[in-house]
Every structure is written in structure tokens, then in C-alpha cells.
Design a protein around this ligand. Structure first.
Ligand code: ZN
Length: 313
């Protein structure tokens, strides 16, 4: 068995120009993994495109049509100005979802130990009925819904360590007890999208299955990891997840231009190592990670390398 690495040139066709979320992010990851030799230790897979009915599990038909139409009409953005689109956007967005679904199937069926999906556009800000924050379809949320409905997992943990709160993922599952959404992110009073306060804990049957851990600006590796080990991990151990999904954003890195946390690649290494221990203890090792943010190219490449090294170990 092996660690899967999902990559495809179709994601480069989501051409956002000089927007921070651009195709060079994936080129930087790919080049670095080749140069370091790490790519040779991975099971490289191309993924697949998603069927519309798979996207419709969590997004409205109206929203899916609006993405397709905006692309076909040659528009430059969708909804908010930060959601830049190009002729390749719809195809890339469909493929990002399909690839994450393929990876969770391979891990659920025991064909891979775990996997990292180097996909874009990212997904965690995408809401049921709208694009938001560089995101069109919510890749991680659709994967969780697929695991729940097609495989019968009942204690799926989504851990989102992107520096921004995953508002879309939270909203899609905040009434659902079968998916625990846990997020660390920069304090919403100081950072996009302005949600993810500690008192947002879910509704109805889902009460207690949303966990938000805002971090003050300038949080260091040491402070983050102290909190992570003492306050977050015990709650994951209590939940006993049967499948783990990681919304892996590396924009909490000290060098990232979009936010103000002071983390380094060593923090991402420790997070991954610990999450792997949790996966092995409760979920038969089943864990799939997918790329969200991370906008300093060198910091992104080093962080993904550290992350993948710990998925392999
Ligand atoms: Zn982010």
C-alpha cells in the first residue's frame, strides 16, 4: 500500500492570471516534489471528473448552472470579484471534486493508505448556493457526504487547518452529527471571511459537531501546537472518527501574504503526524488530505513536502 498523490494538468486551465490563487501554486508543488525526489515515493494518480449528480449532493442546480453559464459567457468573475473565472474553470472545478471522490474511494476500499489531492480551485468557502473566496464547489464537503451516503461512515472528521474559516463546509454540515467539522483559523475579527467564532457549535442534531478554534494574529508554532495537543486532539479522541478528511490550507505560514499567523512548515509536519496517529487509532489509517489555500509559493511547496512526508512515514 502507498500514499496517493493526485495531480492533473486540467487544474492549470483554471487561469486566474495574477490573482493570488493561481496555477503557479500547483507548478511550485509539482516542481518541488520532483526536485526533492518525494514524488518517486508516491502513487501518482490523475483523478477523474465529477458527475453533475455528485455536485448536486450538496450544491443547488442553480449554483452549478451559474458557474457553467458564467464560463460559457466568457465572464471574468462569478458573484464576488475574488472568484475569478476563465474558460477552463468549470472543467477544473468539476475535476477537483471528482478527484477527491476518487481518492476517498481508493482509501475506503483499501487500495491506498492515505492520499493528498493537489487540486484547485479550492473549496471550503463555497456555499450550497454560491461561490465565495476563490471557491466554486466544496470539494471536502462533497467528499464527506459521499463517504456518508455511499460508504456508510457515521463519524467523519473534517479538520480544516487553513488560516481562513471554512464557512461553506461548516454551513453544509452544521445540523449533521455524522460529520464533525473542526477548524483552526485566524481570529475572524481580523481575517476573512469573518465567521468561525468559538460559540458557533452547530444546530439541532448537529449541536456540538462544529468546533471552531480561532487563533490570534502572530500565533507561533509553539502556541498553535500547545493548543492543538491540549485542547483539540482530546476532542478528536473522544469523537473517534471513522474517516478523516483534511482541508489542508498552508496560508497560516509566516511568509503567506494573505494572513497574519506565524506558523512554519514544522507546524504542518507536526499536525500531519498527529492526525495520522488519530487516523491509525480510530479509522484504520483512513485519511485524505486536499489542498485549500497557501499563497507564498516557496512556503507552500515546503509545507506540502513536510505534510506529505508525514503521510508516507
Ligand atoms: Zn485560506
Amino acid at each position: 500500500m502507498a500514499t496517493g498523490f493526485y495531480t492533473n494538468t486540467i487544474y492549470l486551465e483554471h487561469d486566474t492570471g495574477n490573482h493570488p490563487e493561481n496555477a503557479d501554486r500547483l507548478r511550485a508543488i509539482d516542481q518541488h516534489l520532483r526536485y526533492s525526489g518525494l514524488l518517486n515515493e508516491l502513487e501518482v494518480r490523475p483523478g477523474r471528473t465529477a458527475e453533475l449528480k455528485e455536485i448536486e449532493m450538496l450544491h443547488s442546480k442553480r449554483h452549478i448552472d451559474s458557474v457553467q453559464e458564467a464560463v460559457e459567457l466568457g465572464r471574468g468573475t462569478l458573484g464576488t470579484p475574488d472568484c475569478v473565472i476563465s474558460p477552463g474553470t468549470f472543467g477544473a472545478a468539476l475535476h477537483a471534486v471528482g478527484t477527491v471522490l476518487d481518492s476517498v474511494c481508493q482509501v475506503a476500499n483499501g487500495k491506498l493508505d492515505n492520499a493528498f489531492c493537489a487540486v484547485r480551485p479550492p473549496g471550503h468557502h463555497a456555499e450550497h448556493d454560491s461561490a465565495m473566496g476563490f471557491c466554486f464547489f466544496n470539494n471536502v464537503a462533497i467528499a464527506a457526504e459521499f463517504l456518508r451516503t455511499h460508504f456508510g461512515y457515521q463519524r467523519i472528521l473534517i479538520f480544516d487547518f487553513d488560516v481562513h474559516h471554512g464557512n461553506g463546509t461548516q454551513h453544509l454540515f452544521e445540523e449533521n452529527a455524522q460529520v464533525l467539522y473542526a477548524s483552526t483559523h485566524q481570529d475572524p475579527r481580523t481575517c476573512y471571511p469573518g465567521t468561525g467564532y468559538a460559540n458557533e457549535t452547530g444546530f439541532g442534531l448537529g449541536k456540538g459537531f462544529t468546533l471552531n478554534f480561532p487563533m490570534p494574529p502572530s500565533t507561533s508554532d509553539e502556541k498553535y501546537l500547545e493548543f492543538f495537543h491540549n485542547r483539540i486532539i482530546p476532542q478528536f479522541e473522544e469523537y473517534k472518527p471513522d474517516f478523516i478528511l483534511l482541508s489542508a490550507g498552508f496560508d497560516g505560514h509566516i511568509r503567506d501574504p494573505l494572513a497574519m499567523l506565524n506558523l512554519t512548515e514544522n507546524c504542518y509536519r507536526e499536525i500531519t503526524k498527529t492526525m495520522r496517529t488519530i487516523a491509525e487509532k480510530f479509522a484504520g489509517g483512513r485519511m485524505v488530505s486536499l489542498l485549500e489555500g497557501g499563497y507564498d509559493l516557496e512556503a507552500l511547496a515546503l509545507s506540502v513536502e513536510a505534510h506529505i512526508q508525514e503521510l508516507i512515514n
